[in-house]
Ligand binder design. Structure first.
Ligand code: PMP
Length: 369
């Protein structure tokens, strides 16, 4: 059994020598590394989940609603209310986290012989899911300040004619939001090069100063907006992501989704959470304030900070960001080294957690000056 590694197995060539997605899961007092919401679900919601799940449990001998119609209807209502744009159940699809939504989109619109482009640094799973689905990956450029370099992006799209274009707004790990005009220009470029699917990943949009780009799906059947309940709804453990797009896109992903992919327990829990949308989004306001406080304080300490529209902040610059990551960890605070040279990322936590982080970096700065 010993000394057998991945490469001794007949794994696909493109997976050889690669590493899995892996934010370190360490047992530190303060964990500000995976952009989770720090607030546990409120007790009345926990009770409602228990009720809804008990009800679902009585029917677990049966497969769940394969089309998750009740859940998609409630998600459509939430999107309509928050996105200032009418969304119907036919426009919405749900899966186990937006990672699965993205995987289904790449299985449908990417795949062997096809390519996807993202503007990096961005969410690393886009490239990893591309690899997992046999989709070629093209790394597009960004400006020095991490905004999208529109001219260079249009040129890259024209040159490579990708089948899928990823636009992450707000972007992870930089926090940068993308203007609607930029998305429209990239959509036009992508349609001109080859009719391709443009995926706007809005995992963090509830924390943004800007409105959702959701209204842009109107009249643009190749534009998809993906969302999640992992961040603003404070339900990362639930694993519920969803998309809004033209009904034809929803029909298309049916070709690759596994039958009954969304368990009855997941659907019941998500429905309970959606009943408490207003309470959950109340925490979003607090987190936005804490995010802004992190930006102000980090700048006051003397760090450079990238403008953030998300629930996290990218700060630097460091000659050796990994060493600084370790030094912060040694002080009991886990932040994220996303491999962006010179920068680290901290998630906005509770005021006490953010204080602990700010104390740690203040100390570090003092010691180094
Ligand atoms: N998109 C972005 C930009 C993210 O940062 C994340 C999670 N970190 C996801 C999608 C996936 O989230 P989930 O699968 O939990 O919905």
């Amino acid at each position: 059994m010993t000394n057998i590694g991945i490469d001794d197995l007949p794994v696909r060539d493109e997976l050889r020598g690669k590493s899995p997605y892996g934010a370190p899961q360490l047992d530190t007092p303060v964990q500000l590394n995976t952009n989770e919401n720090p607030y546990p679900l409120p007790e009345p919601l926990v009770e409602r989940i228990a009720e809804r799940v008990a009800e679902a449990a009585r029917g677990l001998n049966r497969y769940p609603d394969r089309d998750a119609v009740e859940l998609r209807t409630e998600l459509a209502k939430y999107l309509t209310r928050s996105g200032k744009h009418p969304v119907a159940v036919e426009n919405v699809w749900a899966a186990n986290g937006s990672n699965e939504v993205i995987q289904q989109l790449l299985q449908t619109f990417g795949g062997p012989g096809r390519t996807a482009i993202g503007f990096e640094p961005s969410y690393s799973m886009h490239a990893l899911i591309a690899r997992g689905t046999g989709t070629g990956w093209i790394s597009g450029p960004r400006n020095e300040d991490f905004t999208i370099d529109l001219a260079a992006a249009e040129q890259a799209i024209a040159e490579h004619a990708p089948d899928v274009v990823f636009i992450t707004s707000p972007n992870n790990p930089t926090g940068t939001a993308v203007a609607a005009e930029t998305v429209l220009a990239l959509y036009e470029a992508a349609q001109a090069a080859k009719p391709s699917i443009v995926i706007v990943d809005e995992a963090y949009v509830e924390f943004s100063h800007r409105d959702s780009l959701l209204p842009l799906i109107e009249g643009r059947p190749n534009l998809v907006v993906s969302r999640t309940m992992s961040k603003a709804f404070g339900a990362a453990g639930l694993r519920l992501g969803y998309l809004a797009a033209h009904p034809a896109v929803v029909d298309a992903v049916q070709l690759v989704r596994l039958p009954y992919h969304l368990s009855a327990v997941t659907q019941a829990t998500a429905l309970a959470a959606l009943e408490h949308t207003d309470t959950l989004l109340g925490y979003v306001e607090q987190l936005k304030q804490e995010r802004d406080r992190l930006v102000t304080e980090l700048r006051a300490i003397g760090y450079e900070v990238t403008e953030s529209d998300a629930n996290f902040v990218q700060f630097g610059r460091f000659e050796d960001s990994h060493t600084v990551w370790q030094q912060i960890l040694d002080r009991g605070v886990l932040v994220r080294d996303n491999g962006v040279p010179g920068w680290l990322r901290v998630t906005a936590g509770t005021p006490a957690e953010n204080d602990a982080f700010l104390d740690a970096v203040r100390q570090l700065k003092k010691e180094q000056s």
